[in-house]
Design a protein around this ligand. Structure first.
Ligand code: PEP
Ligand code: MG
Length: 555
């Protein structure tokens, strides 16, 4: 519980001591965050540790600190009030944006604010209960999740949050069972109740019967056994029983993840979302820093290499603060290739960096949010210009670098045959393709039931893209979340995709699913699915086939 400090004045002669007190609290905070950062890096890898790096950056932000200093030294305010006034203003401004990414950043700011205030007040962060328990909270900050006594906290449930919030992501990486977004859970549970928490299905059962507990316990044992077996089989290719090879690659947000995704059995990286490199650093990384970062990913990605997607800031991934202009319809606005083709300096810097990395491993470049042929031509022309520059400067690069278009806008899916003449491969971003085709905001829970990967329109669009790619001899992958849903693997294999790029934890599962399926049967499934009218029927048939081959993975 955050007790908001009042705006209190001190005598002018106390101002310096007050500022010193604030600086000491800040130093303590930074030490704590550094400790958490080191612990997180060891326990969950560099990607999640990035959250605490972001917290550290906030605690060191010179603009923010200058404002606090003005309040303390200029207006003679007590440090708590001066500091809270500044943070509150930032949080109020950020809450006005109706998008998931900024909502998560407000949680980060809130977390840092609590920590600094606790240090100013000399409070100890709570040590937690001395017995095994399931934690219920209205909301949990990422650092609270990290600091949890994992020997005692068996799992947690929160009223707020979404599956894409940092807290949910951290819980998954730490292996803590968690259910987020359980509206009003507090009015249904009392301290001391026995609860059963199923993180996989997002279920919390209060005071379960003995039968329910026994059923869940045996399901848990089965899942653990299957995970162990899959881990042992994660290396090697994924080939269907009738000999169809499907590449299983990983999606990454930061280059540091490369080691851990390859260790999960990934065959290269099918999607490197470079915007997180920009967002995490707060400012634009220059050509040198980008080239090094991309080269590191390329070196670690093995023979299949890394597909580097050019910047896709916008939509639900807005930069925190800066000169970002609020847009009426951010998902339909200035993002992806549209933005890059207007900010050509930024784009050319990124293209040069990607080209430079192509001398250190297999690298391909991919353009996001393509909606027409002209955009790809312009992007390719800029790429060719960068190649000429680098050649003139004597800097090595791969002159035959693969160029790809993301297919995530319905217009692109419909004219895939025309786009095929401009690129070397397609990768379908189903997250956006579904949102735009069905006109359903992918982060708005009120219309979530309309967000249906098996909608007949989506299946037809996917088929159109694969047919266009095959007719032009292009390979075509899927890098949206749909690729990692093993209930849908039969459909995607049957549609003829040659690559599935998925989140790290799904790699062994997707590989196993492909190995047990028969591509001919999957094609027949798609043929029948194309005659069906309802997404429920299409989903049910795909899931039924999945169940008949790998029921143990779907439990
Ligand atoms: C997609 O849209 O499916 C995709 C992979 O891109 P992102 O989720 O980054 O928008
Ligand atoms: Mg997308």
């Amino acid at each position: 519980m955050l007790v908001e400090p009042e705006l209190e004045r001190v005598g002018p002669e106390q101002a310096d001591a007050e500022w010193e007190r604030f600086e000491q609290a800040l130093e303590r905070t930074k030490d704590q965050l550094q400790g958490l950062l080191d612990r997180a890096a060891d326990d969950v890898g560099a990607e999640q540790a990035g959250i605490f790096e972001a917290h550290l950056l906030m605690a060191e932000d010179p603009a923010l600190l200058a404002e606090v200093e003005k309040g303390v030294r200029g207006e003679h305010l007590r440090a708590e009030g001066a500091f809270y006034r500044v943070m509150e203003r930032y949080m109020v401004a950020m809450r006005k944006f109706d998008d998931a990414y900024l909502r998560d950043r407000v949680m980060d700011l809130d977390d840092v604010t609590r920590r600094i205030l606790a240090n100013l007040r000399g409070e100890e962060r709570s040590g937690g209960a001395g017995f095994d328990h399931v934690l219920l909270a209205r909301d949990l900050a990422p650092s609270e999740t990290m600091e949890m006594d994992r020997a005692r906290v068996l799992g947690f449930a929160t009223e707020a949050g979404s599956p894409t919030s940092h807290t949910a992501i951290l819980a998954r990486s730490l292996g803590i069972p968690a259910v987020v977004g359980l509206h009003d859970v507090h009015s249904h549970v009392r301290p001391g109740d026995t609860v059963l928490l199923d993180g996989a299905e997002g279920v919390l059962i209060v005071n379960p019967t003995r039968e329910t507990v026994i059923t869940y316990e045996s399901a848990r044992r089965r899942r653990a056994r299957v995970d162990g077996q899959l881990h042992a089989l994660r290396e090697g290719e994924a080939v269907t029983r009738d000999g169809r090879r499907v590449l299983v690659a990983a999606n990454i947000e930061l280059a540091d993840e490369i080691g851990s995704v390859m260790a999960q059995g990934a065959e290269g990286v099918g999607l490197y979302r470079t915007e997180f490199l920009f967002l995490h650093h707060g400012e634009e990384p220059g050509e040198e820093a980008q080239a090094e970062n991309y080269a590191a990913a390329a070196r670690g990605a093995g023979e299949h290499g890394v597909i580097i997607r050019t910047l896709d800031i916008g939509g639900d991934k807005l930069p925190a603060g800066g000169e970002w202009q609020s847009e009426g319809n951010p998902f339909l606005g200035w993002r992806g290739i549209r933005r890059s083709l207007q900010q050509t300096d930024l784009f050319r810097t990124q293209l040069r960096a990607i080209l430079r990395a192509s001398a250190h491993g297999r690298v391909r470049v991919m353009y996001p949010l393509v909606s027409g042929v002209e955009q790809v031509r312009q992007a390719n022309a800029l790429l060719a210009g960068c190649m000429e520059e680098l050649a003139a400067e004597g800097i090595p690069f791969d002159a035959s670098i693969g160029r790809g278009a993301m297919i995530e806008v319905p217009s692109a899916a419909v004219i895939a045959d025309l786009l095929a003449g401009e690129v070397d491969f397609f990768s379908v971003g189903t997250n956006d393709l579904i949102q735009y085709s069905i006109a359903v905001d992918r982060v708005n829970e009120r219309v979530a039931d309309l967000y249906q990967p098996c909608h007949p329109a989506i299946i037809r669009l996917l088929r159109n893209v694969v047919e266009a790619a095959e007719a032009s001899g292009l390979w075509v992958g899927v890098c949206g979340e749909m690729a990692g849903d093993i209930a849908l693997t039969p459909l995607l294999v049957g549609l003829g995709f040659t690559e599935l790029s998925v989140g790290a934890s799904q790699i062994p599962r997707v590989k196993h699913a492909i190995r047990t399926l028969d591509a001919g049967e999957c094609r027949e499934l798609v043929r029948r699915a194309l005659g069906l009218r309802h997404h429920q029927e299409i989903f049910a048939r795909s899931r039924q086939m999945a169940r008949s081959y790998y029921a143990e993975l779907l439990e």
